[in-house]
Design a binder for this molecule. Structure first.
Ligand code: HEC
Length: 100
């Protein structure tokens, strides 16, 4: 019984991370032009290479763009990119980008 429960737990974790991956891929589509298919580009010669950032760092920067507390010379541009995302979508994006 205990083993069964552990399996259920493992499976549901697997499913939820798959859902994240799929949603992240769909959301990331509009970031590709600037950040590259794998987050490997320095966007417009300004950004960090986002695939090298950790999940927490990615979430913090994206939320920071939303509320205007993060960023450099081009932060207005990123604020605009992030404006329609909710917390769950930001998390999905961060998970997706950090696995690249
Ligand atoms: C039009 C080009 C463009 C698009 C499209 C774009 N970005 Fe950016 N991104 C930038 C630039 C330029 C910066 C650096 C901004 C600054 O000065 O802080 C940046 C910064 C970032 C950073 C923080 C990196 C750092 O330098 O601290 C993250 C994370 C990020 N973008 C994620 C995304 C995601 C996710 C999307 C898609 C939803 C996206 N970006 C779409 C150009 C873009």
């Amino acid at each position: 019984m205990k083993k069964f429960l552990l399996n259920v737990l493992a499976l549901s974790t697997m499913f939820s991370s798959c859902a994240y991956a799929q949603e992240g891929a769909a959301l990331y589509a509009k970031c590709v032009t600037c950040h590259g298919a794998n987050g490997e580009k320095v966007a417009l010669g300004k950004s960090k290479i986002i695939k090298d950032m950790g999940v927490d760092e990615l979430v913090a920067s994206m939320k920071g763009y939303q509320d205007g507390t993060y960023g450099g010379a081009q932060k207005g541009l990123m604020k605009n990119q992030m404006k329609n995302f909710d917390d769950a979508q930001i998390k999905a994006l961060a998970e997706y980008i950090s696995k690249k």
